[in-house]
Design a protein around this ligand. Structure first.
Ligand code: URA
Length: 209
């Protein structure tokens, strides 16, 4: 699959998701927050789910957590246009509650397909929800972070959710910077597959099975 084909497929998937009614979260949403950024990114970030500002604007991480994420990216020499950002669930849980297992189950094939089409060398999981989904673990983020995990011919680098850094202060921010530095080292060592090649491409259905 060429890079152009991937971008077209990603656009079609976003269109499909924009009308999604697979779970009850669609009833309360203003916008589906599919994802944003560089569809050819070597580095992808996965959060939890949209908050109020994201729901209003239809874009991920545009509220306070998003501002911190942008600052963290700058600290490691990246900008939002270098990376791709998505969430585990694409519609806002009411009152910012945690996404439920049935909602995650209904939504996760969108994320699996996003990862397959973008084909990043490293995926940074922000917080417990995305880390547990990808790495199939019950271990909390505090113990998981600080290292990279091989995952479908790429790497997952778990780190805290920016909201945790906003709550807990500079020590958590610095740990997140350390984790992002690790992710940037991985992408420097393992550049993206040449156009047309699908070296890291897993079976989409197997990703979260
Ligand atoms: N928190 C998330 O997990 N995702 C967003 O898009 C915004 C805040």
């Amino acid at each position: 699959m060429t890079s152009e084909d991937r971008i077209t497929a990603l656009r079609m998937l976003a269109e499909e998701a924009s009308e999604c009614t697979r779970c009850p979260l669609h009833e309360g949403r203003t916008h589906v927050v599919f994802g944003d950024g560089n569809p050819r990114a070597d580095l992808m970030f996965i959060g939890e789910g949209p908050g109020r500002h994201e729901d209003e604007q239809g874009l991920p991480f545009v509220g306070r957590s998003g501002q911190l994420l942008s600052t963290l990216l700058e600290r490691v020499g990246l900008s939002r246009t270098d990376v791709y950002i998505a969430n585990v669930v694409k519609c806002r849980p009411p009152g910012n509650r945690d996404p439920r297992p049935d909602e995650i189950a209904a939504c996760k094939s969108y994320l699996a397909e996003q990862i397959r089409l973008i084909d990043p060398a490293a995926v940074v999981t922000l917080g417990n929800f995305s880390t547990k989904l990808l790495l199939k673990t019950e271990t909390g983020i505090t113990r998981m972070r600080g290292r990279a995990y091989p995952w479908w011919n790429r790497h997952v680098v778990p780190t805290f959710h920016p909201a945790a850094a906003l709550r807990n202060g500079p020590r958590v921010v610095e740990e997140m910077v350390t984790d992002l530095q690790l992710a940037t080292r991985i992408i420097a060592e393992r550049p993206s597959a040449p156009d047309g090649e699908t070296a890291r491409e897993p079976e989409q259905t197997a990703l979260f099975s």
